[in-house]
Design a protein around this ligand. Structure first.
Ligand code: CA
Length: 172
């Protein structure tokens, strides 16, 4: 009796899963769902049958769970701890202050992009400064990350880093 109830539940679950593949939007077309990394079991960037197969192979196994949603929240998938947005960057030294305190600058990941204009495309041309130029004349680099600020040095003759966007993740 118990086995037949479980079998019925498994069939109901299978029907629900298969039915979700065929969600139809108001135009009568298959409605693509927003990518959710939590259901991308094999982490290949696609939600497909391979993810379902991976689950099916391990169906019924037990062990210590990993809180994947917590992992994703603390990783790079979600918003950074601080995001400067696109801000003007002058030639020479620029100090950008955070609106809160960075817990541990020694365990932070800093990502910086540049643009030559507000409508330009993001780049990292001469990221870190072109050391072949006297005094790092072109490019930009960040330095002196503290609990409350970061400094960006932009080359005195640089024309590509008029705007910067700095994103920081706390990785502990
Ligand atoms: Ca996948």
């Amino acid at each position: 009796m118990k086995d037949s109830v479980l079998a019925l539940l498994n069939i109901a679950l299978l029907v629900t899963i298969l039915g979700s593949f065929f969600l139809i939007n108001s135009q009568g077309q298959l409605a693509p769902q927003k990518y959710d990394p939590l259901v991308d079991v094999n982490d290949d960037g696609v939600i497909d049958i391979r993810d379902i197969v991976a689950i099916a192979i391990h169906w019924g196994s037990t062990g210590y769970p990993m809180n994947k949603s917590q992992f994703v929240r603390n990783g790079f998938v979600n918003e950074p701890w601080w995001d400067s947005g696109w801000v003007r960057c002058n030639q020479g030294y620029n100090t950008f202050n955070f609106n809160r305190t960075l817990e541990d600058p020694d365990s932070a990941l800093v990502y910086m992009m540049g643009k030559n204009s507000t409508s330009g495309r993001p780049h990292q041309i001469d990221y870190g400064g072109d050391v072949t130029q006297i005094g790092n004349a072109v490019g930009a680099k960040w330095q002196e990350l503290t609990h409350t600020s970061i400094i960006v040095y932009r080359g005195e003759k640089d024309g590509m880093w008029n705007y910067v966007r700095i994103m920081i993740w706390q990785v502990s």
